[in-house]
Ligand binder design. Structure first.
Ligand SMILES: Nc1ncnc2c1ncn2[C@@H]1O[C@H](COP(=O)(O)OP(=O)(O)OP(=O)(O)O)[C@@H](O)[C@H]1O
Ligand SMILES: [Mg+2]
Length: 343
C-alpha cells in the first residue's frame, strides 16, 4: 500500500511529526491564529505562537489542546490539516499514521482525535499510549521480559509506566505537567514581586533559573513585566530560590505518581528498575536537576533521555513498523478509514 507513514505526537504544547525514512520532519507549537470576524485561519505553529499576548483584538491565538486532549475540535482539525499538508502533500494516496494519546484519555476524547485526524486527511490511524511511545523513542527495548520504567513529563500531562514484554505492568497518567510550573511562577511573581507577566515570560523564567533541587547560590534573573500597583513597565530581579520554592507543589505530585506506580508494580519488576533506573522523557524533563531530585526521592538512578521532547514523536513513528503485528499494545486501538478514503 503506498502513501506516507507518519508518527504524530499531538501534544498540549507542540505537534511533532515523524516520517518513516526521514525522521522528525515537523516540530511546531500547537497553536493557530484565527481572524475573529471571518473565523479564517491566518497561520499556525511558530508564527502563531509568536503572536501570543501581542495580537490585535481582531485576531485570536487558539491552543486547541488542553492537558493532552482536544478541547476545541474545529480548531484542532484545522491545525492538524495545516501541519499534515506541510509534511506531505498527498495527491493519490493519503498517509497512514500512528498518533500518541495520554493514557488518561476517555472514549469520547479518543473519538475526537480520530475524527480530527481523519478530517486532516489521514487514511488509517493507530493510537498508541504516550508512555509506550516515549519508551520506544527513548531507545528502551520494551519487548524483553525485563522491566523498564519511563516517565514522560509533558506540558499538560505526565505519563509514568513500568513496561515489560511489550505490555504495561503498572502506570499512572496525570493531567498535570510542566505548564503547571509556569502557572505557579506567574502567581509567585504577582504575590512576591508585585510583577504581572504572561505565560511565555514565566516559561522563560522556568527554563533559565528553574531548579528542581540544588539551586546555585545567588542565582537571579531580570524579569520584565508590569508593576501590579503602578501599572507601569518594570524589570524585577527574581531569585532562583523563590522559583524553586513555588514549583515544589507540582513536583511533589510527580514524586507521588512515580511512587504510586512503583508500589503497584510486581516486586520482581521493581528489582529490574532498581538495577536499570528510570528514564525521563518529555520537555518537562529538561528542568534543571529534575533527574537529581527524583533519584534522591526514589533512591534509584533517574536519567534524562537524549532529546527528551522528541521521544514520543520518534517512538510513535517507530511504532509504525508494529502496525498489524501483535507485539505491542498499540494494536489495541486500530482504526481503518480505507472505506472512506477517496484514493
Ligand atoms: N529547558 C527546559 N526547562 C524546563 N522546561 C522545559 C524546557 N524545555 C521545554 N520545557 C517544557 O516542556 C513542556 C513541553 O514538553 P513536551 O513537548 O514534552 O509537551 P507536550 O508533548 O506538548 O505535552 P503533553 O505530552 O503533556 O501533551 C513545556 O511546558 C515547556 O515549558
Ligand atoms: Mg507529550
Amino acid at each position: 500500500m503506498a502513501g506516507a507513514k507518519l508518527g504524530i505526537d499531538l501534544g498540549t504544547s507542540k505537534v511533532a511529526i515523524y516520517m518513516e525514512g526521514a525522521g522528525i520532519v515537523l516540530r511546531e507549537p500547537a497553536v493557530i491564529a484565527v481572524d475573529c470576524v471571518t473565523d479564517r485561519m491566518i497561520c499556525g505553529g511558530q508564527e502563531a505562537y509568536e503572536m501570543i499576548g501581542r495580537e490585535p483584538p481582531s485576531i485570536k491565538v487558539v491552543a486547541p489542546l488542553e492537558h493532552g486532549t482536544i478541547s476545541d475540535y474545529d480548531y484542532a482539525e484545522r491545525m492538524l490539516k495545516h501541519f499534515v499538508r506541510q509534511v506531505c502533500s498527498y495527491r493519490f494516496f493519503k498517509p497512514r499514521a500512528t498518533i500518541s494519546v495520554p493514557t488518561s484519555v476517555t472514549e469520547a476524547e479518543t473519538r475526537s482525535v480520530i475524527q480530527a485526524i481523519t478530517a486532516a486527511g489521514i487514511r488509517q490511524a493507530t493510537l498508541i499510549e504516550e508512555h509506550v511511545a516515549a519508551a520506544i523513542g527513548a531507545g528502551l527495548d520494551i519487548s524483553q521480559p525485563h522491566a523498564t520504567m519511563v516517565v514522560d513529563f509533558g506540558a499538560g500531562t505526565t505519563d509514568a509506566a513500568v513496561l515489560s514484554v511489550g505490555g504495561i505492568a503498572a502506570q499512572a497518567s496525570l493531567r498535570t505537567g510542566s505548564n503547571d510550573l509556569d502557572d505557579s511562577i506567574v502567581r509567585m511573581l504577582r504575590t512576591e514581586y508585585n510583577l504581572l507577566v504572561g505565560k511565555q515570560t514565566a516559561e522563560r523564567v522556568k527554563k533559565n533559573i528553574g531548579y528542581a533541587v540544588d539551586v546555585p547560590k545567588g542565582l537571579t534573573m531580570d524579569v520584565p513585566g508590569r508593576d501590579s500597583v503602578s501599572g507601569l513597565p518594570v524589570v524585577r530581579t527574581v531569585s532562583a530560590d523563590a522559583v524553586h520554592d513555588c514549583i515544589q507543589e507540582t513536583l511533589n505530585v510527580l514524586d507521588a505518581a512515580i511512587h504510586g506506580v512503583l508500589e503497584n508494580c510486581p516486586p520482581d519488576l521493581v528489582g529490574d528498575i532498581y538495577t536499570d533506573g528510570i528514564v525521563l522523557t518529555g520537555g518537562g524533563a529538561l528542568l534543571h536537576n529534575l533527574d537529581k531530585r527524583l533519584s534522591h526521592y526514589i533512591g534509584t538512578e533517574c536519567r534524562v533521555a537524549d532529546c527528551p521532547a522528541d521521544c514520543v514523536a520518534t517512538g510513535t513513528g517507530m511504532a509504525l513498523r508494529y502496525m498489524g503485528s501483535t507485539m505491542y499494545s498499540v494494536n489495541q486501538f486500530e482504526y481503518d478509514f480505507a472505506e472512506w478514503a477517496d484514493d
